[in-house]
Design a protein around this ligand. Structure first.
Ligand SMILES: [Ca+2]
Length: 95
């Protein structure tokens, strides 16, 4: 299968690791640092809030996000061959 970023994609089941704040398809120390910088913040309230580190998408960067990151620590999401690299969370968010 080959996908091109920028086109609509359907019928693709891809598992991306919750805990991947920087979109490199692995939950690791880089993501932990991003969550740490945004920890205990709320969307629209705290300027340090980072939606990319809010893995539960509930508007809070908090313990629930940390638990997801810990649960997936040092794990890779699915990789698909696409032009320009692998399918990543940041590539999906660009759609
Ligand atoms: Ca959250």
């Amino acid at each position: 299968m080959s996908l091109t970023v920028g086109n609509n994609v359907s019928g693709v089941n891809a598992a991306l690791s919750a805990g991947d704040a920087n979109g490199d398809n692995i939950a690791d120390i880089s993501d932990l640092l991003l969550l740490t910088a945004a920890y205990n913040t709320q969307q629209g309230v705290n300027p340090n809030y980072n939606a990319a580190a809010d893995f539960t998408s509930d508007g809070f960067a908090d313990i629930s996000d940390l638990l997801l990151l810990i649960g997936n620590y040092n794990t890779l999401g699915d990789a698909f061959p696409i032009s320009g690299g692998n399918l990543t969370l940041s590539a999906l968010r660009a759609y």
